[in-house]
Design a protein around this ligand. Structure first.
Ligand SMILES: O=C1C[C@@](O)(C(=O)O)C[C@@H](O)[C@@H]1O
Length: 251
Protein backbone atom coordinates (compact mmCIF):
# COMPACT_ATOMS: atom_id res chain seq x y z
CA UNK A 1 0.00 0.00 0.00
CA UNK A 2 1.49 3.33 -0.94
CA UNK A 3 1.58 5.90 1.83
CA UNK A 4 0.97 9.54 0.99
CA UNK A 5 2.31 12.38 3.13
CA UNK A 6 -0.14 13.40 5.84
CA UNK A 7 -2.50 10.47 5.33
CA UNK A 8 -1.62 8.76 8.62
CA UNK A 9 -1.01 9.74 12.24
CA UNK A 10 2.42 8.11 12.21
CA UNK A 11 5.26 10.00 10.53
CA UNK A 12 6.51 8.44 7.31
CA UNK A 13 10.16 7.55 6.87
CA UNK A 14 11.83 8.89 3.72
CA UNK A 15 15.26 7.76 2.53
CA UNK A 16 17.23 9.85 0.02
CA UNK A 17 19.19 8.72 -3.06
CA UNK A 18 22.27 10.83 -3.69
CA UNK A 19 24.24 8.96 -6.37
CA UNK A 20 26.22 10.90 -8.97
CA UNK A 21 25.83 8.32 -11.74
CA UNK A 22 22.90 6.14 -12.85
CA UNK A 23 24.57 2.96 -11.50
CA UNK A 24 25.16 4.61 -8.10
CA UNK A 25 21.56 5.81 -7.87
CA UNK A 26 20.15 2.40 -8.82
CA UNK A 27 22.60 0.63 -6.45
CA UNK A 28 21.51 2.87 -3.57
CA UNK A 29 17.89 2.28 -4.51
CA UNK A 30 18.34 -1.50 -4.26
CA UNK A 31 19.94 -1.09 -0.79
CA UNK A 32 17.26 1.30 0.37
CA UNK A 33 14.36 -0.85 -0.87
CA UNK A 34 15.60 -3.74 1.26
CA UNK A 35 15.09 -1.50 4.30
CA UNK A 36 11.46 -0.75 3.43
CA UNK A 37 11.13 3.03 3.68
CA UNK A 38 7.67 4.59 3.27
CA UNK A 39 8.89 7.14 0.72
CA UNK A 40 12.05 7.65 -1.33
CA UNK A 41 13.55 11.00 -2.33
CA UNK A 42 15.72 11.27 -5.42
CA UNK A 43 18.09 14.20 -4.84
CA UNK A 44 18.66 14.90 -8.52
CA UNK A 45 21.03 17.80 -7.77
CA UNK A 46 23.64 15.09 -7.00
CA UNK A 47 23.12 13.48 -10.44
CA UNK A 48 25.96 14.53 -12.74
CA UNK A 49 23.80 14.37 -15.87
CA UNK A 50 21.12 16.69 -14.51
CA UNK A 51 21.52 18.97 -17.54
CA UNK A 52 20.50 16.15 -19.90
CA UNK A 53 16.74 16.05 -19.56
CA UNK A 54 16.32 12.70 -21.37
CA UNK A 55 18.76 11.00 -18.99
CA UNK A 56 16.96 12.46 -15.98
CA UNK A 57 13.55 11.36 -17.24
CA UNK A 58 14.78 7.88 -18.12
CA UNK A 59 16.38 7.40 -14.72
CA UNK A 60 13.31 8.80 -12.97
CA UNK A 61 11.21 6.19 -14.81
CA UNK A 62 13.63 3.42 -13.84
CA UNK A 63 13.51 4.49 -10.20
CA UNK A 64 9.71 4.59 -10.32
CA UNK A 65 9.54 1.15 -11.86
CA UNK A 66 11.88 -0.36 -9.26
CA UNK A 67 10.23 1.44 -6.33
CA UNK A 68 6.82 -0.02 -7.24
CA UNK A 69 4.23 1.17 -4.72
CA UNK A 70 6.62 3.36 -2.74
CA UNK A 71 5.95 7.04 -3.52
CA UNK A 72 8.82 9.20 -4.75
CA UNK A 73 9.87 12.80 -4.21
CA UNK A 74 11.92 14.39 -6.98
CA UNK A 75 14.17 17.08 -5.53
CA UNK A 76 16.57 19.57 -7.06
CA UNK A 77 18.04 21.31 -4.02
CA UNK A 78 19.60 24.64 -4.96
CA UNK A 79 23.08 25.51 -3.79
CA UNK A 80 21.73 28.47 -1.81
CA UNK A 81 19.62 26.06 0.27
CA UNK A 82 22.32 23.47 0.90
CA UNK A 83 22.27 21.55 -2.40
CA UNK A 84 24.97 20.64 -4.90
CA UNK A 85 26.29 23.05 -7.54
CA UNK A 86 24.38 22.33 -10.77
CA UNK A 87 24.65 23.79 -14.27
CA UNK A 88 20.94 24.76 -14.35
CA UNK A 89 19.48 28.19 -13.60
CA UNK A 90 16.50 28.40 -11.20
CA UNK A 91 14.23 28.72 -14.21
CA UNK A 92 15.72 25.64 -15.88
CA UNK A 93 15.37 23.69 -12.63
CA UNK A 94 11.68 24.62 -12.46
CA UNK A 95 11.28 23.54 -16.07
CA UNK A 96 12.91 20.18 -15.28
CA UNK A 97 10.45 19.73 -12.41
CA UNK A 98 7.61 20.51 -14.83
CA UNK A 99 9.01 17.94 -17.27
CA UNK A 100 9.05 15.35 -14.47
CA UNK A 101 5.37 16.14 -13.79
CA UNK A 102 4.47 15.80 -17.47
CA UNK A 103 6.50 12.69 -18.27
CA UNK A 104 6.63 10.48 -15.18
CA UNK A 105 4.30 9.15 -12.52
CA UNK A 106 6.46 10.48 -9.69
CA UNK A 107 4.12 11.53 -6.88
CA UNK A 108 5.90 14.62 -5.49
CA UNK A 109 8.28 17.33 -6.67
CA UNK A 110 10.09 19.63 -4.23
CA UNK A 111 9.87 23.36 -4.91
CA UNK A 112 11.81 25.86 -2.81
CA UNK A 113 9.78 28.82 -1.58
CA UNK A 114 12.76 31.03 -2.46
CA UNK A 115 11.89 30.58 -6.15
CA UNK A 116 10.22 33.47 -7.98
CA UNK A 117 6.48 33.71 -7.39
CA UNK A 118 5.67 33.26 -11.08
CA UNK A 119 7.86 30.15 -11.27
CA UNK A 120 6.12 28.60 -8.25
CA UNK A 121 2.70 29.38 -9.73
CA UNK A 122 3.74 27.94 -13.09
CA UNK A 123 4.96 24.70 -11.49
CA UNK A 124 1.78 24.48 -9.42
CA UNK A 125 -0.30 24.68 -12.59
CA UNK A 126 1.70 21.99 -14.41
CA UNK A 127 1.76 19.74 -11.33
CA UNK A 128 -2.01 20.05 -10.89
CA UNK A 129 -2.62 19.23 -14.57
CA UNK A 130 -0.57 16.07 -14.17
CA UNK A 131 -1.66 14.92 -10.71
CA UNK A 132 1.76 15.60 -9.14
CA UNK A 133 1.90 17.07 -5.63
CA UNK A 134 4.32 19.79 -4.56
CA UNK A 135 6.42 19.80 -1.41
CA UNK A 136 7.13 23.50 -0.77
CA UNK A 137 10.42 23.81 1.08
CA UNK A 138 12.61 26.19 3.04
CA UNK A 139 16.13 25.33 4.29
CA UNK A 140 18.60 27.16 6.45
CA UNK A 141 21.90 25.30 6.96
CA UNK A 142 23.37 28.05 9.17
CA UNK A 143 20.86 28.86 11.83
CA UNK A 144 17.31 28.61 13.15
CA UNK A 145 15.28 31.72 12.32
CA UNK A 146 12.64 33.03 14.72
CA UNK A 147 9.46 31.10 15.39
CA UNK A 148 7.55 33.82 13.53
CA UNK A 149 9.72 33.50 10.43
CA UNK A 150 9.42 29.69 10.33
CA UNK A 151 5.65 29.92 10.83
CA UNK A 152 5.47 32.37 7.91
CA UNK A 153 7.35 29.94 5.64
CA UNK A 154 4.94 27.10 6.49
CA UNK A 155 2.00 29.44 5.92
CA UNK A 156 3.38 30.61 2.59
CA UNK A 157 3.17 27.03 1.28
CA UNK A 158 -0.53 26.95 2.12
CA UNK A 159 -1.11 30.41 0.64
CA UNK A 160 0.42 29.25 -2.64
CA UNK A 161 -1.99 26.28 -2.46
CA UNK A 162 0.85 23.80 -2.51
CA UNK A 163 0.38 20.34 -1.04
CA UNK A 164 2.98 19.94 1.72
CA UNK A 165 5.09 22.49 3.63
CA UNK A 166 8.65 21.57 4.63
CA UNK A 167 11.19 23.42 6.77
CA UNK A 168 14.72 22.22 7.63
CA UNK A 169 16.82 24.49 9.86
CA UNK A 170 20.14 24.29 11.68
CA UNK A 171 20.23 24.70 15.46
CA UNK A 172 23.16 26.41 17.17
CA UNK A 173 21.90 25.38 20.58
CA UNK A 174 19.26 23.09 22.08
CA UNK A 175 16.80 25.97 22.49
CA UNK A 176 16.69 26.21 18.69
CA UNK A 177 15.40 22.65 18.54
CA UNK A 178 12.61 23.63 20.92
CA UNK A 179 11.77 26.59 18.66
CA UNK A 180 11.38 24.25 15.69
CA UNK A 181 9.25 21.76 17.61
CA UNK A 182 7.12 24.49 19.08
CA UNK A 183 6.41 26.17 15.75
CA UNK A 184 5.59 22.76 14.27
CA UNK A 185 2.98 22.07 16.93
CA UNK A 186 1.47 25.52 16.60
CA UNK A 187 1.36 25.39 12.78
CA UNK A 188 -0.03 21.85 12.78
CA UNK A 189 -3.05 23.11 14.74
CA UNK A 190 -3.56 26.08 12.45
CA UNK A 191 -2.74 24.99 8.90
CA UNK A 192 -4.60 22.49 6.74
CA UNK A 193 -1.76 21.06 4.67
CA UNK A 194 0.64 18.41 6.05
CA UNK A 195 3.94 19.68 7.47
CA UNK A 196 7.45 18.27 7.42
CA UNK A 197 9.89 19.93 9.79
CA UNK A 198 13.29 19.09 11.12
CA UNK A 199 16.16 20.56 13.00
CA UNK A 200 19.46 19.37 11.49
CA UNK A 201 22.91 18.49 12.85
CA UNK A 202 23.80 16.83 16.13
CA UNK A 203 21.43 18.88 18.31
CA UNK A 204 18.63 18.48 15.82
CA UNK A 205 18.86 14.68 15.46
CA UNK A 206 16.32 14.29 18.28
CA UNK A 207 13.76 16.25 16.22
CA UNK A 208 14.00 13.59 13.50
CA UNK A 209 12.87 11.04 16.10
CA UNK A 210 10.18 12.93 18.02
CA UNK A 211 9.06 15.44 15.36
CA UNK A 212 6.03 13.29 14.50
CA UNK A 213 4.61 13.81 17.99
CA UNK A 214 4.64 17.57 17.37
CA UNK A 215 3.08 17.37 13.91
CA UNK A 216 5.77 16.54 11.37
CA UNK A 217 4.30 14.09 8.86
CA UNK A 218 7.61 12.74 7.58
CA UNK A 219 11.19 12.25 8.72
CA UNK A 220 14.30 11.69 6.62
CA UNK A 221 16.56 8.76 7.51
CA UNK A 222 19.70 7.21 6.08
CA UNK A 223 18.95 4.16 3.97
CA UNK A 224 22.14 3.99 1.91
CA UNK A 225 23.69 7.47 2.19
CA UNK A 226 22.84 10.61 4.13
CA UNK A 227 21.65 13.79 2.39
CA UNK A 228 21.82 16.18 5.37
CA UNK A 229 23.52 16.46 8.77
CA UNK A 230 21.93 14.64 11.70
CA UNK A 231 19.99 12.03 9.74
CA UNK A 232 19.69 8.76 11.68
CA UNK A 233 19.97 5.26 10.15
CA UNK A 234 16.55 3.94 9.15
CA UNK A 235 16.90 0.85 11.35
CA UNK A 236 17.39 3.02 14.48
CA UNK A 237 14.63 5.39 13.50
CA UNK A 238 12.13 2.55 13.01
CA UNK A 239 12.91 1.25 16.50
CA UNK A 240 12.47 4.68 18.07
CA UNK A 241 9.22 5.38 16.21
CA UNK A 242 7.83 2.01 17.32
CA UNK A 243 8.68 2.75 20.95
CA UNK A 244 7.09 6.21 20.71
CA UNK A 245 3.95 4.83 19.08
CA UNK A 246 3.56 2.11 21.72
CA UNK A 247 4.22 4.51 24.59
CA UNK A 248 1.72 7.03 23.34
CA UNK A 249 -0.98 4.39 23.00
CA UNK A 250 -0.52 3.09 26.55
CA UNK A 251 -2.53 4.71 29.34
O1 LIG B 1 14.56 18.94 2.59
C1 LIG B 1 15.11 17.91 2.90
C2 LIG B 1 15.41 17.62 4.29
C3 LIG B 1 16.86 17.32 4.50
O2 LIG B 1 17.61 18.49 4.31
C4 LIG B 1 17.09 16.84 5.95
O3 LIG B 1 17.57 17.65 6.74
O4 LIG B 1 16.78 15.69 6.26
C5 LIG B 1 17.30 16.23 3.53
C6 LIG B 1 17.01 16.60 2.08
O5 LIG B 1 17.40 15.53 1.23
C7 LIG B 1 15.56 16.91 1.89
O6 LIG B 1 15.33 17.39 0.60
Amino acid sequence: MSKMIGASEQPLICTPLVGKKRENVLGELADVLAKKPDIIEWRADFFEEIDQTDRVINLAKEIKEMAGDIPLIFTIRSIREGGQPIPLSDEEAIELNATICRNTKIEYVDCELSNKKEHIQYLRKIAAENGTRIVASYHNFDSTPSQKFIAQKLEEAEQYQLDVAKVAVMPQKLEDVLTLLSVTLEAKNRLKIPLITMSMGKYGAISRMIGGVFGSALTFAVGAKSSAPGQVPIEDLKTVLEVIERSMKSK
